[in-house]
Structure formats: C-alpha cells, structure tokens
Design a protein around this ligand. Structure first.
Ligand SMILES: [Zn+2]
Length: 158
C-alpha cells in the first residue's frame, strides 16, 4: 500500500491512541498493522477529532489463545463516554484489507460521535452509511472494496 502517512507509530503512542498491547502477545500482527496504517494515514481533520477522545478510547485486540482476560476500562473524561474498539482475532485469518477496513470503520463511529447500543433500524443504517462514507473520504476505499468483494454474507461488524 502506498498511502501517504502523516504521523508515525510513536506520534500515535504519544497521543495515547496506540493499542496497549504486550509485546509478547502473539497472533495480533495483522490487526496491529491495520491500526498502524489507519492511525498513521488518517487525515488531519479526523485525527484532530480523534485526539480529543484519546483519554477515553482504547483498542481491544485479543489474542485468540486467551480464553479470558480482565482489562482496565478507560476513565471517563468530561462528557466523553469511554469507547473500546474490538478487533476480532478472526481478522488474522483474512487479507490485511479486512483489518484495515474494520479498524477504519469502527474508528469512524468514534470520530463521528455516533450513538452506541441498541438503535432503531433507521438510525443504525444512517450511522453505518456515514461510517462507510468517512472511510472512503479518508482514503480506505481500496481496502473496503476488496473486503466487500470477498464477502458472501452479511456485513460482520456493527
Ligand atoms: Zn458500523
């Protein structure tokens, strides 16, 4: 992939947006590569909105070998409700495009300040469409198209 990068992994870590993962954790390589690709190439406008949420946002990239785990929940900062972005271990078995599309899509929900939880169908459909529009605008259309071409069933993320 030859997408422009506007910041480094170190910049993302300094901003508090890098996944808090144990270096010894295995089987998360593809998801971590996707998080790096998305965070480092996110346009500045989206990045600015994201760093406002840095203290109340964390990634969850569970190792598939773990049967259970307890993690600290990010403290609530002001009116910002904490958010956890889950990236399934199943993504490790798919093309990198799936991890990039999923990471960008879920991040879009955060950047756009979407409502979470049980939603009416109309609101849900609108938010999903807005998230897909955002990832196209951010430059992740090639990966999104690749993933959707691979899919034969309903969209696996929400
Ligand atoms: Zn979604």
């Amino acid at each position: 992939m030859s997408r422009a990068r506007f910041r480094t992994e170190r910049d993302c870590a300094k901003a508090g947006l890098w996944p808090d993962v144990d270096p010894a954790t295995t089987l998360i390589e593809r998801r971590l590569a996707a998080v790096e690709e998305v965070l480092c190439s996110l346009p500045d406008s989206a990045w600015s909105q994201l760093i406002e949420r840095a203290g109340s946002l964390c990634w969850y990239l569970p190792c598939p070998l773990l049967l259970g785990q307890v993690l600290p929940v990010a403290p609530s900062t002001g009116s910002k409700q904490p958010r956890v972005i889950y990236l399934s271990p199943l993504l490790e078995q798919q093309d990198l495009a799936w991890s990039i599309t999923t990471a960008a899509h879920e991040l879009a929900h955060v950047v756009l300040g979407h409502r979470l939880g049980l939603l009416d169908a109309e609101t849900n459909a609108q938010q999903e469409a807005e998230a897909q529009t955002a990832i196209r605008q951010w430059g992740f259309q090639p990966e999104a198209s690749r993933m959707l071409a691979d899919l034969t069933s309903a969209t696996p993320f929400a």
